[in-house]
Ligand binder design. Structure first.
Ligand code: PLP
Length: 435
């Protein structure tokens, strides 16, 4: 090639949650049955979309030919009107349909939001981090993602002192990201914590991004507060979608809400760039937007979510009781989304720890991968080759300096869920005691 055609951020584009699947697929070919605990797809894990919801979608397809067409760039007006009305009823920041922009899934929104941010302006995000944010933000700047700590010793809440000190050392930071409820920790932040974070943004003249894709999935007494309810006059972007809620991840439908565009001309210009970029792409998927008001406005919607939330809470407590009995591990109950993070304490992980593989070929697949890997990743590979369970390491999967792994609460069948959690806990005990 006579010119370098490689993007400066190319090395930042990693997504361990799916990359580990390649290793799992190879191990599966050796005859090991794999339990996929790595990906947050409720459908893949057996969640059944209720019939009433399917009926709404089927009726729309059969009766409304326009559901096959393009939609306006920002999204269908009736759907944006519905979302704006719902948001405004909550009494926080007031928005109009004009402040809403639809995307082909939140993944698309995330990459667009960072891609069109000035290359020298950074958005600081949590550590551990959902990697679509951390990788996309790092790729836009061509250098590693900047992070503030979530403290496992304090319920995974943001370490606001760390955030303040990062802001002092990095004047290039223009925005703060929070994911609430959080992936991968399953934590839900109180109104007070969000307000403190917004206060820090206000004092430092920053904007706030809040990923709220799990905003209706919370339980165990937690109450989720949206960014809109505490943002005040600070510029902000909230991100929502239907992948986890309906759940309909294959619809590729998410949207962003812009708050306080009128309060800051630079923020307004940045938002216009994002909208203009979407215009070049024409629009987002139409059918899911068409059905959104009918599904979310249906009297069965919130009772259905309440049922799912109760099941997540039950599994959160089961997983907690299993993992908290293993010396060397630390875990927290999840209160939202459908993930939990299990940490390896202090220096319990050491090079050379191992699990006997299920067969020789599986052992040979992971043998060249483990040297030089982070120690939590070694555990994850050994777990895969030995027990056929695929989880995601915290270090490389969630851009973290902590060692641990993420499990999901998605397994539909309770006995199967308990067995898998127990098998992971037993494997961790054996791994830690193997040296
Ligand atoms: C925090 C978070 N944001 C965004 C997404 C992406 O969602 P979508 O399916 O809408 O692209 C996910 C998916 O796992 C997620 O966990």
């Amino acid at each position: 090639m006579r010119n370098n055609i490689v993007h400066p951020g190319a090395d930042e584009l990693t997504y361990e949650i799916r990359e580990i699947v390649e290793v799992g697929n190879k191990i599966e070919k050796t005859g090991v049955k794999i339990t996929w605990e790595n990906i947050g797809d409720p459908i893949a894990k057996g969640q059944i979309v209720p019939r009433w919801m399917r009926q709404i979608i089927a009726d729309t397809i059969m009766n409304d030919n326009s559901s096959f067409g393009y939609s306006p760039t920002k999204g269908l007006l009736a759907t944006r009107e519905y979302i704006a009305r719902e948001r405004n009823l909550e009494g926080g920041a007031q928005i109009t349909p004009d402040d809403i922009l639809f995307f082909n899934g939140l993944g698309d929104a995330i990459s667009t939001v960072y891609n069109y941010l000035n290359k020298n302006a950074r958005v600081i995000g949590p550590n551990p981090a959902y990697s679509t944010h951390s990788s996309a933000e790092a790729a836009h700047a061509g250098s590693p993602h900047l992070t503030y700590r979530l403290s496992p010793e304090n319920n995974w809440y943001p370490d606001l002192d760390d955030l303040k000190s990062q802001l002092e050392s990095h004047p290039e930071i223009a925005g703060i990201l929070l994911v609430n409820p959080d992936n991968p920790t399953g934590m839900v932040y109180s109104q007070e914590i969000i307000a403190q974070l917004v206060g820090i943004a206000r004092q430092n003249d920053l904007f706030v991004v809040s990923d709220e894709i799990y905003s209706n999935l919370f339980y165990g007494g937690a109450v989720h507060k949206k960014l809109a309810s505490v943002i005040g006059k600070v510029p902000g972007i909230a991100m929502r979608g239907i992948s986890k809620e309906f759940p309909w991840p294959g619809a590729r439908c998410g949207w962003v809400e812009f708050y306080n565009r009128d309060k800051d001309p630079l923020f307004a210009r940045y938002v216009k760039t994002i909208i203009d970029a979407k215009m070049l792409e024409v629009c987002a998927t139409t059918l899911p937007q068409k059905v959104l008001p009918a599904v979310m406005g249906d009297a069965r919607y919130y009772p259905y979510l309440a049922e799912r939330n109760a099941a997540f809470w039950e599994k959160s407590q089961i997983a907690y009781s299993i993992f908290s009995q293993v010396p060397g591990l630390m875990t927290h109950k999840a209160f939202g989304a459908f993930y939990m993070t299990v940490l390896f304490k202090g220096s319990v992980l050491r090079p050379g720890q191992f699990l006997r593989p299920a067969n020789k070929a599986a052992g040979e697949i992971i043998a060249p991968l483990t040297p030089g890997s982070n120690l939590d990743k070694c555990f994850v590979y050994h777990l895969l080759a030995s027990r056929g369970i695929c989880v995601v390491p915290l270090s490389s999967g969630f851009n973290s300096d902590l060692q641990g792994f993420r499990i999901t609460l998605l397994e539909a069948e309770l006995a199967g869920f308990k067995n898998t959690m127990q098998a992971i806990a037993d494997a961790a005990k054996e791994f830690l005691g193997s040296q």
